[in-house]
Design a protein around this ligand. Structure first.
Ligand SMILES: [Zn+2]
Length: 317
């Protein structure tokens, strides 16, 4: 069992030890990353904010009264703006569009803490599953990933975490990462700006309650974001994560189509976006993993991928 897993388990059992556990984890991450930095010098510009933040582990739950007020406002918005609450899984923003937008923001000198892709010099893939956990589906998915010996990353919806908190602990204990996918699975660009940070914090609070850990990665539902969205996550010491490969599995286009789309485009440092709860994705995983391994790829968590991003702070295709 890895040191990371031990720390996560320790923290899950003893929430009071969270800060210490994560601080140690961050320190270990930095130590592990140091040789890579030396190897990859000189670093490419521009530099980005650090990808791990010890202070992100300081729990700061949303006060009860504020959470209640937020819940009421969300309830009202569901009536007045139902389009802001995409059914899960939702149609995702095209990754080339996000990439072009990020490039424009970079040209403007905005050093936003965003990951699109891992290190292009490493034959690694991060498999990411959005929209869980699901009481019936997620355990099957975890069983399959364990059988395949694949570590992945789960972007969790806070209200679903509250319905099945035990699954978060299992996800972590089996060596996967968890990230925040908001509490209400809401399009953050379609709600009042003053609600965005609370929505992310409530997602963090749900994960903290479930496992004693705060996530450092955040993915906005539908990939819908604006500068304020990313800044709100940054304020919470979180890195916003998009993807390089989206086979649109949410449409259930057919197993062959999903697999072909992925095999055709995947490359070093790929961040694959699929959804927890899609049967067609579940069925292609054994063959997809086998084929990609034969092509020399390793499956890593986002934490592991991020350790090797110092030389490529802005992940580019
Ligand atoms: Zn989603």
């Amino acid at each position: 069992m890895s040191t990371k897993n031990l720390l996560l388990r320790h923290s899950a059992r003893r929430p009071g030890a969270t800060c210490l556990g994560v601080a140690l984890l961050c320190a270990l991450s930095l130590l592990r990353a140091a040789p890579e930095r030396r190897k990859s010098e000189p670093p490419q510009k521009p530099s980005a904010p650090p990808l791990t933040h010890p202070t992100s582990l300081t729990p700061s739950p949303v006060p009860r009264a504020q959470a209640e007020k937020h819940r009421q406002r969300i309830g009202a918005l569901k009536q007045s703006r139902p389009e802001a609450f995409p059914a899960a899984p939702e149609r995702m923003a095209p990754s080339p569009e996000i990439e072009a937008r990020m490039e424009a923001e970079r040209q403007e000198g905005l050093a936003l803490p965003i990951i699109l892709r891992g290190n292009p010099n490493r034959r690694e893939i991060a498999l990411t599953f959005d929209d869980g956990p699901h009481p019936l589906f997620t355990p099957r998915l975890l069983d399959l990933l364990r059988a395949l010996r694949v570590k992945a990353t789960f972007f969790l919806v806070g209200k679903k975490v509250d319905n099945a908190p035990y699954l978060v602990a299992r996800i972590l204990q089996e060596g996967h990462d968890v990230g925040n996918h908001t509490y209400d699975h809401v399009n953050l660009t379609r709600i009042p700006p003053d609600m965005v940070e609370t929505e992310i914090r409530l997602g963090n609070d749900a994960i903290l309650r479930a496992c004693g850990m705060l996530p450092v990665f955040f993915r906005p539902p539908g990939g819908q974001y604006d500068i304020e969205t990313v800044r709100a996550a940054q304020k919470l010491r979180m890195t916003t994560v998009f993807w390089t490969d989206d086979p649109a599995d949410y449409l259930s286009p057919g197993e062959n189509i999903i697999e072909t789309r992925l095999l055709t485009h995947v490359r070093n440092g790929a961040v694959i976006l699929v959804h927890d709860g899609i049967e067609q994705t579940f069925r292609i995983l054994p063959d997809l993993v086998a084929r990609l391994r034969r092509a020399g790829y390793r499956f890593v968590t986002l934490s592991e991928m991020a350790q090797h991003l110092e030389a490529t702070p802005f992940a580019r295709r």
